[in-house]
Structure formats: structure tokens, C-alpha cells
Design a binder for this molecule. Sequence first.
Ligand SMILES: *[C@@H]1O[C@H](CO)[C@@H](O)[C@H](O)[C@H]1NC(C)=O
Length: 572
Amino acid sequence: MKLFLSALAAFTATSVVEGCTNILVTPEASTSNEAMIAYNADSASLYGSLYHYPRTGGGSRDLYDWDSGAFLGSIPEAEKTHNVVGNCNEVGLCIGETTFGGLEELCETFPGSKVDYGSLIWVTLQRASNAREAIKVMDNLMQTYGYASEGESFSITDSREVWINEVIGKGTYEKGSVWVAKKIPAGYVSSHANQARITTFEWDDESKAIYAHDVMSFAQKIGLIKEGNGVEKGAFSFSDTYDPVTFEGARFCEGRVWSFFSSVMGEEFEKEYVDYASGFNLTNRMPLWVKPAEKISLSDVFSHMRNHFEGSELAFDGDVGAGGFGAPYRWRPLTWEYGDDTYVNERAIGTQQTGWNFVASVRPSMPTPMQAVIWFGADDSATTVRVPFYASATELPLSFVGKGPQDGVVPPMMIFDLNSAFYVTNLVSNWAYSRWSDIYPVVLEKIVEYEASFISQLHEVDQKVLGLINNGQQEEALNLMNAFAQKLGNGFTQQWFGFFGELFVRFRDGYDITPNSEDPECGCTVGGIGYNDATYGRIAEETGDQYKEPSGDDALKERQFNPKNKLKVRGV
Ligand SMILES: *[C@@H]1O[C@H](CO)[C@@H](O)[C@H](O)[C@H]1NC(C)=O
């Protein structure tokens, strides 16, 4: 997703995209041999709904721009389509994305183009059966009907192959797009976040890279790179040509990739690329993928998506901007002015503007209808529980399912609804933001508990569904997958609202109020530790003697009867 930040205009003289983070894990890099894509859909105007496209076929398919909801046109529908739940389909294909924008001139849409990046995701999921086929379908859609979005990196996985496909339109020069897709080598993980990351690629090895035939010649044609002898195929870099790294590209975008890579690669990697991630050495580019020393589990991926640079050089939970409770959050805009200077806020993976997030897990060991499971969270990836849904499910819980601007539907953003996973999850998130160091540890413990329970519940249901499928009982298997979705989804929304209630009772009015059955007054103990030490230090520094108590009241010491300390008087 993208979000234009007018405040940046003065800074860069261009618009800057702010959007999504993707993590990609090959089956051979995962502890349970599953392919995984993690994705945060980041835009403050995005409502957290699980999109569902039932099987259909024939007739025509209307296309709307995912960002604006504008009608782009109709194309013929395929003869038969797959069931799609969120960003996965019933045959084990999942697709995520991140907007990189790219050269301003190529962000202009060729007149009459119908296929925006949202349509590319959902139409492709409806039509394609594996990652390579998806790349072909996407190319066909873009070149046939025109590409109507800015530069995009797509994460594409089936149960065996994980690909990054980077695409940019041809502006008003020509209809369609140019693109290059690279397969992540077995045993490696990758990540991308609002910055094109593919540089050079193999021109003669389809097992490693696939590309638009004119990916380089188009750049030559419009003068982006020198014509004729000036360019060697092997030296042609997609990212350097179509989305060169800038300070913002490094700091706001590659920084997130760096924080994930550092978490799995360790301190040496972190140090090696910190100058790049912070935007001060743009030539020190990170590799497209890394091989972690240890394999990564589903829970690890959940945890990496909760990252806010904690403990690294880009940590921002300790300075004055973090407030009295060490919050790794800064309200937007992303840059701000003071005096004659422009400053940045850090852009972390876990962020308030995430509308919804998922970790898709595709399991090669399972029969096709059970392969893709989408673990879906309806808000910030750091503060939500991800609930698992089989991508074959055809009946999804009302508290999660919904349409969006990509369907030509305005979502119920302006209606507060306690039966909506999005609003219930936002209650917990926003309460946590307000007193992070007090509330978030409690929330995190609960998230981890829920996710562990959902993992074991999924394993149990897997065995039952597997038994039915092996027994030829396809319909019963589907019913079970549907029942699981309903029970877990709606159950979660109710229970999470109950949890918000507990948090509210406990952390009301700046206190920490815990149950105490011995206490006859409220059945509670009222605690609370005020602000953190650093904050008190800053207040004292800034205000001098304004709040300082005089020391030593000698007159009092002489008295026989002392007044009660006011701090011990009820209600003070
Ligand atoms: C930037 O990174 C490159 C590649 O690692 C390195 O050779 C160069 O010395 C760095 N530049 C500065 C100014 O640190």
C-alpha cells in the first residue's frame, strides 16, 4: 500500500510511498518445511478485512483501483476461478506486495490501463495455480489490459518456490510494464519494503530469473541507460535503473529489511550495513537474500513482524519522543520540521498504520486444498493475534470477512463496531500505545499464548481434515475447514474484546489495578509507577526548581505532634 506524505514535499520535492513490509521464507529455511510470506498492508485509510473471492467463472470481471476505489474497467473473467481467502488461494498460491513507486515519470499511468496492483494480486490468485504461473498471468494481465499502478514488488509463493517479482509501468510511453522476477534460493530468506531490491539477474537461467523481454531495452529506449555498447546485460540493475536508492529509500524502507536480516544474521551483519540502513552510505547495499544460521519457525516469523528496531542503533523507544512509557511509535507525518531543518521519525515493521497483516504458510506435505493457511491479523502486526484460516474455506467469520475499495465497496471505517475484528483489535493496540511499557508486555504475553494455542488447534484440525480427504470425503473436509474458520474467528473477536476489558480495568487512570480478594474495599490493589526515570530526568532538567520540593523542614522537627504526611491522606 502507499500513502502520499505531503509533508515530505519540501524534503524531497517528490512524493514518497509509505507502505508495506514483506518477509519471505523458503521451505528449506523453515523448521517445519513450509514456505512463508509475511505481509503488512500499511495505510491509515485501509480497513482490516479478510477478503473472500468464491469460485466463479465466465462473464466479465470489474476492476477497481485498490487505493482509490476508482473503477478502472472490465475484463473477461476466466472460465473457472479458484476460491481465494485473503492473499492465498485454494491450490496453495499466496501473493503479497509492497509499493516502491520508482521513477516519477513511470508512475504516470498509460491512458486506459485497467489493471492496478490490487487487481494483479486478486485476479492472479483467482487464475493461477503456482508461483511461475502467477508470474505469467500477471505479465499477461499487464500487457493485455495495461498496468495502472506505480512500481511494485510482489512476494509470490507456492508450496515449493518463493519469488520476488518487481514491476514498473512504462508511464505514458507505452502500455504495460517491465519487470523481473527472481527465485529465492532454497535455504534462504528475503524481505522487501517499499524499495526495489533486485539489481542484476540471470539472463539465461529460468530456474533463477524470469523477466519481461524489454526490461532493459525499454530503459535504453527512453534514455535511462546508455544505448548501444554502453550497457552489458550482466551489469544491468533493475533497482538502480527504475528505483535508485535515496536517503529515504534506505532509512524508511531498507531499514526494515535490515532489522529483519540483522535479527536472523546477528551483530556482524547489523554493523556491516547500519550505515546503509540509516541512509548514510547508499552504495553499501545489502544482499537480496540471506541464509540464516538457524531455521525459522512460524512463531519466529510472527515475532519478526513485531520488530521496532528494539536494541539496535535505530531503536527509538528510549528518547524523549517515546514519551514516559518507551513507545516505539511516532505519530505521523513521517518527517517533521524544526527551525530550518527537517527530521525523520523511524519507520519500523510494526507500525500504527497497518490496516491488516498476515503470515501465509504453504505446506508441501499437505494435500492441495489444505496447503495454504493464512494467519490473518486485523491491525498492527506487533499488537494483533493472527488467526489461521484455510485458503479453501468458503464460509468465513463475519467479524473478519469484508469487501474493500478493490471491489468497489467503501468499507465500514467510520462505524465503530464491537463485532468487528478490526475495531476490537484497534482497541487493544491503541490502549497499548498509550502506556507501552506497562501495557504491551501484558498484550504480548497474551498474543503469544493465543498464537501457540491456534498453532496446536490447527494441527488437531489438520489431522481430522486430512483423514476426511484421504477417505474421499471432500465435502466433509470443506465443512470442517469452514467450521474451524467460524469458531476461531468469531471466538477470537469476542474473547479479544473481553481481554480489552481486562486491560482497561487494570490500567485505568494511569494506575496498575490488580485483583486482591483480601481487600474489602475494592477487591483490588492499586499500584502504578508513574513515568520512567529518563522522563523524570528530562522534566527536572527542563523545569529547574518549578516542581522541586524544598529539602529539610527544620521547623517540623521541633514539634511534638506532627501533621500526617499529605501523601498518605486519602484522595490526595
Ligand atoms: C560505503 O560502503 C562501501 C561498501 O561497503 C565502502 O567501500 C565505503 O567505504 C563506504 N563509504 C563510507 C563513506 O563509509
